[in-house]
Design a protein around this ligand. Structure first.
Ligand code: MG
Length: 253
């Protein structure tokens, strides 16, 4: 686990701003009829224009059948994480999750949003809103002296309190020169457990939920992760620095 100095946190700001700005732009532009490949192409164009570097394109963990090859994750409806952009045009009422991580000047920022294109189903809005509230509650607990377990418990508490079950297989992580570092930040856990939060720790906090199951399955591409029962998913993520003045959301939009 690495801790960042205030000067390093300052150096991390442009990555956070760029990720925030890109997600805000895509949120505005994506609509009924947008192809997922167009979202990837647009994100790639913005990356090139900014001189940023994608964290995804060459990413090849053990669970992926090949390097990711795209610059943004586009997960639609029952897909919730690691959605590999493919030839699909968004339809009225589709629930879209975009997860985006880049490096700017050698520092990474990572953030995700979910939204509905066209006419939303109330259940989808509730799901999205719950992931957002879980993220907000988690960020509030991201203060010096608390523990990783406090963040996990905050997320799990909001999610379970709203009748959802939580999958803890994938969660938050340290962010710095690379996209994934220690510590792991599980999306549920016990207060007061795990590592103490210290000044200068930078973590991605990323609650994600499925409507009626905690079970997941993978597409044959080895990437796109879906609910086991076809119910829909939502995802909210920010990169957060723990500072003497409290949590600093580097990817605030
Ligand atoms: Mg992410």
């Amino acid at each position: 686990m690495e801790l960042r100095t205030p000067a390093e946190l300052k150096e991390m700001r442009p990555a956070g701003w760029f990720v925030a700005q890109t997600l805000a732009t895509l949120r505005q532009e994506v609509a009924i009829g947008t192809n997922l490949l167009e979202i990837d192409a647009r994100a790639h164009e913005l990356i090139r224009a900014a001189g940023a570097e994608s964290c995804y394109i060459d990413y090849h963990p053990s669970f992926g059948s090949s390097p990711f090859g795209k610059v943004i994750c586009t997960s639609v409806n029952d897909a919730v994480l690691h959605g590999l952009p493919h030839d699909y045009r968004l339809r009225d009422g589709d629930l879209v999750s975009l997860d985006f991580a880049v490096s700017v000047n050698g520092w990474v920022a990572d953030s995700a949003i979910s939204f509905v294109v066209g006419d939303p189903r109330p259940a989808d809005l509730a799901l999205i809103e719950t992931t957002q509230r879980a993220l907000a509650a988690a960020i509030e607990t991201a203060v010096v002296g608390n523990s990783i377990g406090d963040i996990s418990a905050a997320i799990g508490g909001v999610c379970r309190g709203n009748g959802y079950r939580v999958n803890t297989q994938f969660g938050g992580h340290g962010v710095g020169r690379t996209m994934h570092g220690d510590p792991h930040v599980a999306n549920d856990g016990l207060r007061g457990t795990g590592m103490k939060l210290a000044e200068g720790l930078v973590i991605a906090i990323e609650p994600w939920l499925l409507e009626t199951t905690s079970q997941i399955r993978y597409d044959p591409d080895g990437w796109t992760l879906r609910s086991a029962d076809g119910s829909r998913g939502a995802h909210s993520e920010h990169t957060v620095a723990i500072t003497a003045d409290g949590p600093l959301v580097l990817t605030a939009r």
